[in-house]
Design a protein around this ligand. Structure first.
Ligand code: FAD
Length: 432
């Protein structure tokens, strides 16, 4: 299948890159420079931290190997999903009630940060409110209802269960047995969001360098970050390279596994057709272990994601899994053309909880949002910024959560994780 060509070099060939509002290319770092804080990676985590610090008056340099939003942040489904990749009751049972309460208090904050910055800096990123979680089975509906009860204990009032008869209000398909809406969820054009936040960093005096891959880091008392053409001396360094960090810092990237997910965008559809598929313009994700996620775009395309590649390998046929899934959901789209298809990597941890910590007194890191990162990265980026500004209370709560290595070492961690995923996928297919 032939897709539209890339017109935004070094970004992946996505609809996002083609419709980016800000196509400026930032300079490459050349020579030596200094800053209070040097951030490695210009995705949501790095840019969220940089913006928090720039707002607090610190001088910030961000070094990005490729382009701002090159990684998962500029490629994802754009779904604003509240909470974490593990439910709060799982967090309570693993880490205790007190930590669950603290994480619960922060669990809506990522979405608030996004909405607040979009308003404050006038970021044009197609922000739409409302998300729908789709259930295939009664078991999934019961799990959603339990999750809703737990959420409400933590102050989330935007959730409502949806019966099978009401599903058509949100999505026109007969695949689902019911679901739940989250009025505090929603969707955005993620690349335009991160580009808008990056421009906000620059408006406050921050400097961002693209095409500036970090190849060395001295983690001493005054850390020095090196690229092939320059270096940054800083009081603090924040490592925010997530699934794209390798081979830098094996002690960080060895604790996560890159996992790919695929996304495609149809040609623009007739307005009446796309409105009939998703009448409320909510984004949708289903409750399966390997899930489908989809939504409308501002130019009336259907943007549909799913599929999975453990180890971060892209499938040869990018639409091989997701197009058949789209047709199961919306058979009426069988003749629709797919204009763009791409793949991106997120970072999975064994616990599915983000991994935050310190490599030294001066070098901090955050990664591993495990698939649901649009809100979490905004929260954790802010928390990284708070920590180096001298308020590490929230950072220390996250850093205290144990991170475990994947079983099987480098050779067997991918096949072992695939085996586990196959088992959970089989349970979904059998409706267990
Ligand atoms: C296809 C896909 C769909 C997704 N859909 C959703 C969704 O709908 N909702 C949701 O909540 N989450 C979703 N996610 C997850 C979410 O996108 C991520 O959790 C989040 O964007 C991670 O942000 P990040 O800043 O930590 O990492 P990234 O966005 O990957 O940014 C890391 C950056 O660091 C740079 N970098 C790495 N190493 C270096 C180096 N040595 N020197 C300089 N720069 C370096 C990379 O080039 C990259 O730009 C999805 C992920 C994928 C891949």
């Amino acid at each position: 299948m032939a897709f539209k060509p890339a017109d935004n070099p070094r970004h992946t060939n996505s609809w996002y890159a083609a419709s980016a509002k800000d196509k400026r290319v930032r300079p490459v770092l050349e020579g030596e420079t200094e800053a209070d804080i040097c951030v490695i990676g210009a995705g949501f985590t790095g840019i969220s931290a940089a913006l928090e610090l720039a707002e607090r008056g610190y001088s910030v340099v961000v070094l990005e190997a490729e382009r701002i939003g090159f990684g998962a942040s500029g490629r994802n489904g754009g779904q604003i999903v509240n909470g974490y990749s593990r439910d709060l009751e799982v967090i309570a049972s693993r880490y205790g009630h007190e930590k669950a309460v603290k994480l619960g208090e922060m669990s809506l904050e990522g979405g608030e940060i996004i909405r607040g910055r979009v308003a404050k800096y006038g970021i044009d990123c197609d922000l739409v409110h409302g998300g729908f979680f789709a259930a295939f089975t009664d078991k999934q509906i019961r799990e959603m209802a339990d999750g809703k009860a737990h959420w409400e204990k933590h102050g989330h009032t935007g959730l409502e269960m949806v019966s099978k008869a009401e599903v058509g209000k949100y999505v026109k398909t007969d695949r689902y047995a019911g679901g739940m809406i989250d009025k505090l969820g929603g969707h955005i054009h993620p690349l335009n969001l991160v580009l808008g936040e990056a421009a906000a960093v620059e408006s406050l005096g921050g400097r961002i360098f693209e095409g500036s891959r970090v190849i060395g880091l001295d983690t001493g008392e005054t850390p020095v970050v090196r690229t092939d053409k320059g270096s940054v001396r800083a009081y603090y360094v924040l490592v925010c390279g997530n699934a794209y960090l390798a081979p830098l810092m094996p002690e960080v990237h060895g604790r996560m596994m890159p996992v790919s997910s695929q996304v495609m965008a149809t040609e623009p559809l007739d307005a009446r057709l796309i409105e009939s598929l998703l009448p409320e313009n909510y984004c949708v994700e289903d409750a399966n272990y390997i899930l489908d996620y989809y939504r409308r775009t501002s130019d009336n395309r259907l943007l549909y994601g799913g599929g999975i590649g453990y180890g971060g390998n892209d499938p040869k046929d990018l639409t091989g899994v997701i197009r058949p899934n789209m047709l199961k959901t919306f058979p009426q789209l069988k003749d629709v053309k797919i204009d763009y298809a791409w793949s991106g990597n997120f970072a999975l941890t064994l616990t599915r909880i983000p991994h935050i910590g310190r490599l030294s007194d001066k070098v901090y890191f955050s990664h591993g949002d495990s698939g649901h990162g649009v809100t979490t990265t905004h929260l954790l980026g802010k928390i990284l910024g708070e920590a180096v500004a001298g308020h590490a209370e929230r950072f220390d709560i996250w850093a205290s959560l144990p991170n475990l290595p994947f079983p099987g070492g480098r050779t067997f961690r991918v096949p072992l994780t695939m085996l586990g995923a196959w088992w959970y996928g089989l349970r979904d297919r059998l409706g267990l």
